[in-house]
Structures are given as C-alpha cells and as structure tokens.
Design a protein around this ligand. Structure first.
Ligand code: OXD
Ligand code: MN
Length: 589
C-alpha cells in the first residue's frame, strides 16, 4: 500500500516496477515493527545471520560474494549528454546508451522477489541542507543498511507528499554477476542506477552516489559543496568550540580521526573532542561569510580491520548494538565477530569471511576481508556531538587535506591562502587501499580525496572551489597532513591516532592568529616548539625528518602533479600558477 500522494513518485515507482517485475511492492516507513519483520525475512532466507543478542544486541552478520567486496571504480560511470561534462577522470557513457543497456539488465530482475521502496533523507528533514532520495531495491541488506545510514521515516514521506524533489535511485542485486555490474549516475536527470552488486559502497545509494557524486553536481549548480570529509568538534573548557573538516582518501583513517581520543596530557588541560561525521560533509556559506558543514549521513560505514579498543575505542563501542557486520570473521563459540587486530585473541573455532572453517591462532590466511565493514548508527557513538542531530551547520575553522604517503609529504603545513589551499587539495596523492577494487599501495592522484566521487568535470570542480573562496569573507584556513611518513626502515615516524590532536591544535592556534609559522616551498610549517610534542618519545632528529622537504622527492612530485594536470584541457589559472611557483621554489632549494 502506498502512503505517497505525490504523483511523480507513484508514477516513477510504477514505471520501475513494470521494468523489474517484482512479486510484491513494500513501502518502507522506517517503523521498528516493519524493519523487524523484514529482518526476520532475511534470517529465514539466511541472507543475514543474527549474532549473539546478549553480547551484540540487534547486530547482524552479512557476507557478500567474494567478487563483490569493494567499490568498483571501473564500473562506476557518469552519464552526461556531453562527454566533457563528466571530465577526464570519470568513466563516461552516453545516458541513452546506458539506460538501454541497463534497462535490459533490470528487465525482470526482481521476478519472484519483493521490491522495497525506501524514501530517505540525507541531512535532517526540514533543514536547509536536506536532500531527499528514494531507493528502490530487491535487497533486505540494503533496506536495513539504509535505515542505519540515512534518515528513513514518516517525515520524509510527508516532505515528498508536500512536493519535495527527490533523487531517483534504482538498485537490483540481479544475479550479482560481476561482468554486468554497473553503478551509473545520470546527474542531469537526478537519477542513479546500480545493478549486480550487493557491496555497500555500490548499493547504499544515499552515500557515495547521492551524497557525493550527485551531491557535488547539485552543489556546483546550487552554490554549495559536497565533500569526502569528516567533521570534528574540538573544545577546551571555558572556550568556544571549534570545528574542523578533513578530506582523506578511503581507508586512510577518517573514522579514527573523527572519533579521536585526546592523549591524557590534553585531557588534563580540559580538551575534549566529539564527532559530527566520519565520511561526508555538505558545506554552505553562511550569512556571516563563513563556511558551515553538516554530515548528511545517519550512520558510519567503517572499515573494521585495524579498529580496536586502543586505536578507536569510540568506534568499537559504537558497533556494540544495532550494527551490521559485513565480511568479517565469526567466532563460532559465542557467535560474535572478529577481525585482524581487533585483539590478540583470534577465535580458534572460527569461520573466515568466505565462510570457511578458520583456526585464528594457526591460520595463514586472514579471517576478515581487508575491506570488511561495520554499518553502525551514529547515535551509538559515545562522543557524538549534539550538532549532529540538529542538522544545523557548524562553522568550519580549518579544512585538512591528507593522504597516505610513505615519503615526501611532511607531517603538517598550512596553505598560504584559500587558492593555494585549493592547489594543495588538487595536487593531493595517496597510496591506494582495499576500499576499491584494484592494486593496493600504489600512489595515485586523488584531488580533495574526491577522485572516485566527483560527479562532473574535475577542472570545473576546482573552479567551483575557487569561486566558493571568493564568496567567503572569512573562509576556513586550509592545511595538509601526512600521518604515514616512514623512516629508512619503513617504520612510521609519527604515532598517529589520538596524538593527531597535536597537529590539529597547532592548526587551530594558526586559525586564531596565536602563533607564527615558517615559510617553506610547500606552505607554512610549524616553528620549532610550536607543535606540542610533550610526552612523546620523539627525538629532534625524527621530528626534523617528519618535516623535511627533500628536493629530489619534490622534483618528482612536481612532475607527477604536472602529469596529472595534463589530463585536463584547461585548469583554473590559480592552480597552474601555483604549480609554477612550487616548481621554481623546489628548483631553488
Ligand atoms: C567509504 C569509501 O566507504 O570511501 O567511505 O570507500
Ligand atoms: Mn569514504
């Protein structure tokens, strides 16, 4: 029974049902009873398994096909009428060609299955930032995950009935045939089609597809920004809270940074950190000329391996209830989950992510897939900030760009101004991770950590950044960080995790104009003594190496940036000028 009186919605759902031919149509209103009944269906068919309900109440286990464990960038396409509107960094297909091709795959793909219609909102319904979508799917995993990751409920339906515009999202797992897997975006039609995958990043269409690819396109049209950024709140007792955004490529520690625990030394001084978002920011300019951010999501889709009570206790506690675990290992003794480095006690009576018997202490294969995930409600996070649930934007003091770089990139430096910061973001590179299919550990250019997520031509995206800067009277300061620099023995030199707060506090002091900085060819670096390293076992020599700007490394970097820039027909002159300046300064070293 439809609860929707919006004729556009009903017509579209009818059309999609005629195409996919499901046995039954179920409208999702987000009520607990409805989600519980659907969950029971998934348990009956064994699509999902229930975990130990005493230790992990409300938690479920889910496994994807071994060929379907990460985002598939080769099969992700942007379908604009003109190829140049998708730009040189996106896969492009003509929209009609893609509709025809995928239409054939969707034809009858839900025969004998239930079709779920999920009205959802990214952002709090009724706020300036909210955007509504409707995802049609034949996967219960998608229904239950969307109920965690987005806002699903009566108020979304009311907004649609009041005439709200919406993004049309169609998903079918079909036969999960990787040869016919496509994740297609039609920004000019506000439409997303995804078929033959059941991995979160390809099928939870509110996240990467709507909130970033379609979102970035809408942002360009409407004068706001959709970014691959966490949002963090830093408070010191008796002082105004400060807010920071950070863009890092997938699986480079955004969730850890977003939930960081301050070292004792800083706690004693009254510092407190809380989380607003761990993956996506939507940013708008406020009347006061500052940049305001919200997290449009409602949950965390985090990488499990490496998460533990030391590296990220807040994430561990977040996943203790109402969470879906995907492709992790199972402990068959107590029906709980395990992943690499969760603790030092892998289960002997276990099952790996492929479902094979797995004796953890003796196994020579991993128990969990490196890109195994938890899907957890943000409300579970012990340090979630109040501002998360109001959905009102928070004023951003600093934007951090960062990558995973063994060499070249110093621990932290500041851009000289907004445009220089845009240059630094555009020139970002990082080692690839297991979050996307393909080789791991290869350095690739990933501007603003948006390479896989920008829904239009990146040259125009850079221009949009420059234009946004012009509209702000008080823009955030921009910084670059690298927590991952290694020494001659390939050992990390910086402790990372909670100690990253030290770099953030230096940034905030810079934002407040409390301290000076040192000019380097890359930007503005901390003056000796300004980065508080009290209590760290870090020699002056190592500290120097963390900040070193090596001429040969940077000659190669400049060449790499030039090569990346050469992909574009034209780029904003602010960026090509900044590259020329950098080149000259490196040559002068
Ligand atoms: C993610 C990703 O899942 O970036 O957040 O892949
Ligand atoms: Mn991400």
């Amino acid at each position: 029974m439809t609860m929707i009186t919006n004729q556009f919605v009903n017509d579209w759902v009818k059309e999609m049902a005629e195409l996919t031919k499901p046995e039954e149509i179920i409208w999702i209103d987000g009520s607990e009873e409805q989600l519980e009944a659907i969950k029971q269906d998934a348990l009956t068919t064994k699509e999902m398994l229930e975990l130990n309900q005493e230790k992990l109440p409300g938690c479920l286990y889910y496994r994807t096909k071994p060929t379907d464990v990460a985002r598939d960038e080769k099969r992700t396409v942007i379908c604009t009428r003109r190829k140049e509107d998708a730009g040189p960094t996106n896969n492009w297909v003509d929209p009609q060609e893609m509709y025809d091709k995928m239409g054939k795959l969707f034809d009858g793909s839900m025969k004998g299955r239930k079709m779920y219609v999920i009205p959802f909102s990214m952002g709090v319904v009724g706020t300036e930032f909210s955007k509504i979508g409707i995802e049609i799917t034949d996967s219960i995993y998608v229904v239950l995950s969307m109920a965690i990751m987005t806002r699903v409920g009566r108020d979304v339906i009311d907004a649609l009935n009041a005439g709200a515009d919406f993004t049309k999202c169609l998903h079918s797992k079909a036969d999960i045939n990787e040869q016919e897997k496509y994740i297609a975006h039609f920004p000019e039609d506000n439409t997303i089609w995804s078929i033959n995958s059941a991995y979160g990043g390809n099928v939870l269409l509110g996240k990467k597809c709507l909130a970033l690819r379609i979102g970035s396109y809408l942002g360009k049209q409407e004068g706001w920004m959709a970014e691959h950024m966490l949002i963090l709140k830093v408070e010191k007792e008796g002082e105004e809270p400060k807010y920071v955004c950070g863009a890092f490529p997938s699986a480079c520690g955004k969730t850890n940074l977003a939930m960081l625990t301050p070292p004792e030394y800083f706690k004693e001084q009254g510092y407190k950190v809380s989380t607003i978002g761990d993956d996506i920011s939507w940013l708008r300019i406020g009347e006061d000329g500052r940049l305001y951010a919200v997290n449009p999501e409602n949950g965390f889709f985090g990488v499990a391996p490496g998460t533990n009570m030391k590296s990220n206790p807040n994430a561990m506690l977040t996943t203790m209830k109402g969470t879906i675990f995907t492709n992790v290992a199972r402990n068959l003794d107590d029906n709980t989950v395990w992943w690499e480095s969760m603790d030092k006690n892998p289960p002997a009576n276990g099952e790996d992510w492929l479902g094979n018997p797995w004796n953890g202490p003796e196994a020579d294969v991993k128990g969990a897939h490196p890109n195994s995930r938890f899907t957890a409600p943000a409300a579970n996070c012990p340090i979630i900030a109040d501002e998360f649930s109001t959905g009102e934007g928070v004023p951003i003091s600093a934007i951090i760009f960062g990558g995973r770089r063994a060499k070249a990139e110093p621990l932290v430096y500041q851009a000289k101004d907004w445009n220089h910061g845009v240059f630094i973001g555009s020139a970002m590179a990082s080692e690839t991770t297991a979050a996307a299919n393909g080789q791991v550990g290869v350095v690739r250019h990933d501007p603003m950590a948006m390479l896989p997520f920008c829904g239009y031509n990146m040259a125009e995206y850079f221009q949009h950044w420059i234009d946004m800067g012009k509209k702000m009277t008080n823009p955030p300061k921009i910084f670059h960080v690298n927590w991952f620099r290694t020494d001659e023995n390939d050992q990390f030199m910086w402790p990372g995790f909670g100690d990253n707060l030290r770099a953030i506090l230096w940034m905030l002091d810079r934002c407040d104009g409390k301290i000076d900085a040192e000019e380097t060819p890359l930007g503005l670096a901390p003056k000796k003594g300004d980065l508080d390293v009290t209590g760290l076992d870090l020699s002056d020599e190592v500290l120097e190496k963390l900040f070193a700007v090596n001429k040969a490394d940077w000659e190669a970097e400049v060449e790499g940036i030039q090569e990346f820039y050469d992909k574009f027909d034209s780029l904003p002159v602010e960026l090509t000028d900044a590259l020329a300046t950098l080149k000259a300064e490196i040559e002068a070293l």
